[in-house]
Design a protein around this ligand. Structure first.
Ligand code: PMP
Ligand code: GLN
Length: 398
């Protein structure tokens, strides 16, 4: 597929531009297509294979039945904005004005897009962690920003504080963090979050925090950076109903922060999708108001799934890194003699009837080389699927 201009730049930023100017599909699309074509178990793209809570599904059906089928308001329905504000207060003690400080978006992806396109000017530096979610690289390139990264170091995939200090400068416009982190399952500790707030002040940068896995943290509590002293006025917090309510196809996301910044994001968002998902908005509002037991249970179940898959990967002979949260676990295939995870992932359907994603897809060239044997596996699947995948992966070691 050939494209031109700014989108070519975007593809380049996401590592998807071929030397002849054509772009490739994202690694998630490629690997899901491979799973489809081969019948292999899809532990590549992160989406659950079971529906979320009945109340949430019923609320969407009810909304369609009741005629919520036209454009919702530009900022999102009042009901959902209020539910988001109440959620932030209930879980994190963050008080929001639902009319000015909350914006509903087409998934977290649109919130990221409108934020980066709205706030980054030619040559502004944007700092992210690396590995990074592919959309970050694409959007930074599209906005003509300069992408600077801070490497997440093995074995816990946390950033070194000196690396963070070196990456953030007076040229930094945005510090984009993602905690809990895709693809590594890392959770940024409090002292790292505090340092990021300090650096944002020192260099007059804004913080953008992608917290789509906020409710999928296993043994600790999620700390939104916006809740730290001095953070609020320079932080935009992004989340989404996709992961929490197992509804990744609904694409209801949101962004919260100071009214002035939200208005800047809205000014771009109104020309991207304008609005989306009218009947899903009340459904996600229903989900956000579910009792604590729901939120505790989803994290607990996912933790057990992590354990099943991690044990299977270890047994198969891979070196498994700890995953503290989210949908994914990273494993090193080098102990099995596979140094190139891209090749391994293409062969994995044949070798083990499983699809996974190479970590290099989340890295610029240099780190892609260093992390070339690392593979991301998704564990947001039914127990029997994970057990079958684990049994099939055991073939790798034979
Ligand atoms: N950020 C991260 C870290 C993600 O993993 C994803 C995808 N699941 C997104 C953003 C996109 O979220 P959404 O589907 O709500 O657009
Ligand atoms: N967030 C999902 C993942 O990391 C993929 C979403 C997508 O396909 N863009 O697997």
């Amino acid at each position: 597929m050939s494209i031109t201009g700014s989108w070519q730049r975007a593809a380049d930023g996401a590592g998807l531009l071929s030397p002849d100017g054509t772009i490739r599909a994202t690694i998630f699309a490629e690997m899901s297509a491979l799973a489809e074509a081969t019948g292999a178990i899809n532990l590549g793209q992160g989406f659950p294979d079971e529906d979320g809570p009945d109340e949430v599904l019923a609320a969407a059906r009810e909304a369609i039945k009741n005629g919520m089928n036209q454009y919702p308001p530009g900022r999102g329905t009042a009901e959902l904005r209020t539910a988001i504000a109440e959620h932030q207060k209930r879980f994190y003690g963050i008080e929001l004005d639902a009319d000015r400080e909350v914006l509903v978006t087409a998934g977290a992806t649109e919130a990221l897009a409108a934020t980066i396109l709205g706030l980054v000017d030619d040559g502004d530096e944007v700092v992210t962690l690396e590995p990074f979610y592919d959309a970050y690289g694409a959007l930074i390139s599209l906005s003509r920003g300069e992408h600077r990264t801070v490497t997440l170091r093995l074995p816990d995939f946390l950033p070194d504080h000196d690396d963070l200090r070196a990456a953030v400068t007076d040229r930094t416009r945005l510090i984009v963090i993602n905690t809990p982190h895709n693809p590594t399952g890392a959770v940024l500790p409090l002292d790292t979050l505090e340092l990021i707030v300090e650096l944002a002040h020192e260099h007059d940068a804004l913080i953008v925090t992608d917290e789509v896995y906020e409710h999928l943290v296993f043994d600790q509590r999620h700390i939104p950076i916006a809740s730290l002293p001095g953070a609020w006025e320079r932080t935009l917090t992004i989340s989404s109903g996709g992961k929490t309510f197992s509804a990744t196809g609904w694409k209801i996301g949101w962004i919260t922060g100071p009214a002035k910044l939200i208005t800047a994001v809205l000014s771009v968002k109104q020309f991207l999708t304008y609005v989306n998902g009218a009947p899903f908005q009340p459904a996600i509002a229903t989900g956000l108001a579910l009792p604590d037991t729901f939120f505790d249970t989803i994290a607990g179940v996912l933790k057990q799934k992590r354990d099943v898959l991690s044990a299977g990967l270890s047994k198969a002979g891979l070196e498994v890194f700890p995953s503290e949260a989210g949908y994914f676990v990273v494993a090193d295939a080098a102990p099995l003699g596979y140094d190139d995870a891209v090749t391994l992932c293409r062969e994995l359907p044949d070798l083990a009837g499983v699809v996974a994603v190479p970590i290099s897809a989340f890295c610029h060239d240099e780190l892609a080389g260093e992390y070339s044997s690392l593979v991301r596996f998704a564990f947001c699947k039914r127990f029997e699927v994970l057990e079958l995948a684990a049994a099939q992966l055991a073939r790798l070691g034979r």
